[in-house]
Design a protein around this ligand. Structure first.
Ligand SMILES: Cc1ncc(C[n+]2csc(CCOP(=O)(O)OP(=O)(O)O)c2C)c(N)n1
Length: 213
């Protein structure tokens, strides 16, 4: 989200890209920049997807004199069980608590999951598979593939109800193959993200036709 990205990047003087492209806004919004880096920030493209990023990062660490002891591993904390209303924050906390060691998390939670990263960063070690946006329905097939590839790991698929509707067949495949996938569907019964994009691109109050999505 551009409102979150701009303040995070505003003080950056240098951005080192590892197998990545310049950070840009997903959509073109009226009166908002498309480039997320601040003026004067330099971008250094270290590697493309076809190059050896591990070797490049090791060389960079060597050039900077960085040692493994300088790395600050994420501290594990006891995550309390959420109480009270079923808010997005409570869902994030419940998921953080439930992640088993070495789980594969597949994230298409869309607007429900905006705040999942802070609490889950303190959870048991896990991998997180996320799309870069612009698609819909990726998560249940990806969870299926992850479970086939890693049968000894728990796969947790977090998906909005709108996104889940696009590739529901994967649930049948998961059941037929007996795959180790737990699917959590966030049933807000709306394409909530479209409401947000509408407000961001045309803040004037939407007409009734535009409000029905
Ligand atoms: C084929 C296609 N159609 C539409 C979109 C736009 N789009 C992205 S996410 C989304 C809705 C997501 O709804 P849901 O999964 O319920 O999550 P919510 O927004 O409610 O959090 C839509 C329509 C898209 N990316 N691709």
């Amino acid at each position: 989200m551009i409102e979150l990205a701009l303040p995070i990047l505003k003080d950056f003087k240098n951005i080192v890209l590892v197998e990545a492209n310049d950070p840009v806004a997903f959509f073109a919004y009226p009166n908002k920049p498309s480039m997320l880096k601040p003026d004067g920030c330099e971008v250094h493209r270290m590697t493309t997807g076809a190059e050896n990023s591990v070797a490049a990062l090791e060389a960079l660490a060597g050039a900077l004199g960085a040692k493994p002891a300088d790395a600050q591993p994420q501290k594990m904390v006891d995550i309390a069980k959420p109480t009270g209303a079923l808010t997005h924050a409570a869902i994030a906390q419940a998921i953080a608590m439930a992640i088993p060691e070495n789980a594969i998390m597949v994230d298409e939670s869309v607007t429900t999951g905006r705040a999942f990263f802070p609490p889950t960063a303190a959870a048991n070690p896990h991998d997180w598979l996320q799309n870069m946006g612009g698609s819909i329905g990726f998560s249940t097939p990806v969870a299926t593939g992850a479970a086939v590839a890693c049968p000894d790991r728990k796969v947790i698929c977090m998906v909005g109800d709108g996104s889940a509707m696009y590739t529901l067949q994967s649930l049948w495949t998961q059941a037929r193959e007996g795959l180790n996938v737990v699917t959590i569907v966030f049933a807000n019964r709306i394409y909530q993200i479209l409401r947000g994009e509408l407000t961001a691109s045309a803040p004037a109050s939407p007409g009734s036709a535009r409000s029905t999505c």
